[in-house]
Design a protein around this ligand. Structure first.
Ligand code: ATP
Length: 620
């Protein structure tokens, strides 16, 4: 196949019938999932399925009894030539009453089915979504940054929460139809086993075409998911408050909307082609079924005229044949649908089974406590890229010391922090904390020791207090801790002026949400880092870029006061904030090119001195 998506076609594994059946392997897991979600509802579904499956044959049989009883009563009535009485009509009417009861029971069972299905749908949707989100929490940052993986996640979230129930509904539907069919077969085989065969042969072609087209539909869904993701992204950009400013000012609306439409047009053209092919074939092959039915119809009629069947039997066989055919084609369509659901579920399980990095250690204390942080010849290349971003980094930071990282945009400063916080592991070399490799540390303990604010910190659409609380989940709602952290992060003054103080909702997503200025948000993020009272490593990546000069001075005064006995790492492009650090590293293109104190670096008269003078000149 020359298509660029050939590997996906292969992955969908639809080569022949064995491929087709191999995809039913998720049915059992879907059933187990539904069973775990609610046993009561699953049992209820099974019971209603059974009742709704058996009763149609009973109704057909009662129909035969009615017709035959009517014929007999009519003959009797003509013979006896007497007026109609209760006694003469009751033998027929009781069958009518019985049939009414059966039909009422079928309706009850069907109601029961749909009610239980809708309850189960809600429960199951929630359960699967929670599974997806829980799994997301165990994945590494690198996995999220991998676009193929991200596709899987998007696909899982978009479709899979409804698929398990759909699969189970179809399984039960299939069972129900199978039960009906078996009971019809019991009746039909008395007429002729050949009639059964005709029934089967008539329905088979539709089934085969359904199976083929479900596979096609899935492959379409699968390979187009990058496009669907782009569509979702454009929707977000065009309709979200945080992007709408630029969309308006740059006049991006029509441009993006056109791109959105173009994607739709491509997808729609493919959908249309598939739908038309699916339905044309469905119709043509369905004709075979109709042909089979009318063939059998003629046969039954001839047999009745020949006196081999009673009128009641004729009615029954016709009904049984018609309903049997409907049940059979419904079963076969259900199998096709189950196949499709299985394909979608394969995607969900592929996501859920994504291997999790098992590399969290167990250490809660290092081999030589008090040694601080050491980088030993650390190099790092981002997954999926070739160029190393950091090369042979050596550094040592002891408790009570401060370190500043200086360097051009893209030189690797933030990456160094990502390695320290174990969002990634070094490609070469090792990072030690208190004499032990970070990989040996228990991740939770390690992260508890680090308070960090990244440049691209998160702006949660939560009350301002909780925006601080996220810094320490154990104190998420602890107002006293919020206040202490806000004081250290110099956010207290403006928070207290907000209408509801620490309980003021932030962001625009929810009612009465208040938006903050860039500098205010930065103070919130800084205070968040201070929530980690246990943390003895404090990392600030451009913490004051959006602050005014007075605010910045205040932040650093607090910082120095708070930094005693701690290890602090500061990334900044402002030399005024960097100069007080005990150790300054100048990073260029992933390598440390200079190191020392402010004074020693100025004396050295290298890159640092040059950049410092450049910036100082700017202020003159
Ligand atoms: N997730 C990622 N995947 C691949 N490459 C990345 C990723 N994040 C950053 N990079 C690349 O790594 C290099 C270093 O980025 P980093 O964010 O560490 O720079 P920085 O020194 O912090 O820059 P700045 O001063 O602009 O914040 C850049 O060339 C960037 O393109």
């Amino acid at each position: 196949m020359s298509s660029p998506h050939a590997h996906l076609y292969a992955a969908a594994g639809t080569s022949g019938l064995s491929g087709f059946f191999s995809f039913f392997r998720y049915s059992r897991r879907a059933l187990a999932l539904v069973w775990d979600t609610s046993r009561g509802l699953t049992i209820g579904l099974a019971l209603c399925t059974l009742v709704a499956g058996v009763l149609p044959a009973v109704a057909a049989w009662v129909g035969k009894l009615i017709v035959d009883a009517v014929v007999a009563a009519m003959a009797l009535h003509a013979e006896a030539d007497q007026a109609l009485s209760f006694a003469s009509t009751w033998p027929v009417l009781r069958y009518v009453a019985f049939e009414a009861l059966v039909i009422a029971l079928i309706a009850l069972a069907q109601r029961g089915l749909s009610a239980q299905q809708s309850l189960l749908r809600a429960l199951l949707g929630q359960k699967v979504n929670v599974m997806i989100l829980e799994k997301a929490g165990t994945l590494s940052l690198a996995q999220f940054e991998d676009s193929e993986f991200y596709d899987k996640l998007t696909r899982a979230r978009r479709e899979a929460s409804t698929r398990p129930l759909s699969l189970v509904n179809k399984t039960f539907g299939l069972l129900q139809n199978a039960i009906s069919l078996a009971s019809f077969a019991v009746l039909l085989v008395q007429f002729s086993p050949w009639a059964l065969l005709i029934l089967l042969i008539g329905a088979l072609p539709v089934f085969v075409s359904e199976a083929k087209f479900s596979g096609d539909a899935f492959r379409l869904f699968r390979w187009r998911s990058p496009q669907t993701r782009m569509q979702m992204y454009l929707e977000t950009v065009l309709a979200r408050e945080d992007s709408i400013k630029e969309v308006k000012l740059f006049g991006l609306g029509p441009l993006f909307l056109q791109r959105y439409r173009d994607i739709f047009d491509t997808l729609y053209a493919e959908d249309r082609r598939l739908t038309i092919r699916r339905d044309v074939w469905g119709f043509l092959l369905g004709l075979l079924g109709t042909l089979a039915f009318y063939g059998a119809y003629a046969w039954v009629v001839i047999a009745t005229i020949g006196g081999r069947l009673t009128l009641g039997e004729m009615t029954m066989y016709l009904m049984v044949f018609k309903q049997g055919q409907a049940a059979l084609s419904a079963s076969l369509t259900a199998i096709g649908g189950m196949y499709e659901d299985n394909l979608y579920l394969s995607n969900l399980y592929e996501y859920l089974e994504q291997p999790v990095d098992p590399s969290t250690g167990t250490l809660t204390q290092g081999a030589s406590p008090g040694d601080g942080i050491r980088f030993e010849r650390v190099s790092f290349t981002y997954p999926g890229t070739r160029e190393p971003v950091l090369q042979e980094i050596d550094l040592h930071l002891r408790p009570g010391e401060s370190l500043a990282l200086v360097g051009q945009n893209g030189s690797g400063k933030t990456t160094l922090i990502k390695l320290l916080t174990r969002l990634y592991d070094p490609s070469e070399g090792r990072i030690l904390l208190d004499g032990s490799d970070l990989r040996e540390w228990d991740d939770t303990i390690l992260r508890r020791r680090i308070g960090v604010i990244f440049q691209d910190f998160e702006r949660y659409q939560l009350p301002v207090g909780e925006n601080l609380g996220v810094g320490d989940v154990d104190a998420f709602t602890d107002t006293e801790r919020w206040e202490t952290a806000a004081r250290r992060g110099t956010a207290d003054a403006f928070i207290e002026r907000l209408e509801h103080g620490y309980h003021t909702q932030l962001g625009r997503w929810f009612e009465n949400g208040q938006e903050l200025s860039g500098g205010q948000w930065q103070k919130v993020a800084l205070s968040r880092a201070y929530m980690r009272e246990q943390a003895d490593i404090l990392v600030l990546d451009e913490p004051t870029a959006a602050m005014d000069a007075a605010a910045e001075a205040q932040v650093f005064e607090q910082f120095r006061r708070h930094a005693k006995k701690r290890m602090t790492i500061l990334i900044s492009h402002r030399f005024s904030t960097v100069r007080a650090a005990d150790q300054i590293l100048v990073i260029d293109n992933g390598r440390i090119i200079e190191r020392g104190t402010h004074e020693s670096l100025l004396t050295e008269n290298g890159r640092y001195a040059q950049l410092f003078r450049l910036q100082a000149a700017g202020y003159k």
